[in-house]
Design a protein around this ligand. Sequence first.
Ligand code: FES
Length: 108
Amino acid sequence: MSSIEITVIDREGVETPGVDWEDDESLMECLVRNSFPILAICGGNASCSTCHSFLDQVSFVTAGEIDEDEADVLDSLNDSEREPTSRLTCQIAWDTDLAGAVVRIGPF
Ligand code: FES
């Protein structure tokens, strides 16, 4: 089992460094296990948007392509909710290159 550390910023702006992300988890599963307020209602199927969060710019590029299902869900968000680095965290796979990522939890 390998893990990396990321920083998470919650909806109140509180920053938590050193959050452990294990290699068998999606980013959503990491956030849920670490008790961040991610509902993940659809269970990671890219259909609910309750795992929506923002990545730092470098990690957004590292995380790779957004597939069609995720793009459809992101397109359904209000303009006020979506940002250029919006992602569904359930669609982000663990990657050593994401060590040090800064993840800001999206609005409800
Ligand atoms: S958990 Fe539903 S879209 Fe990610």
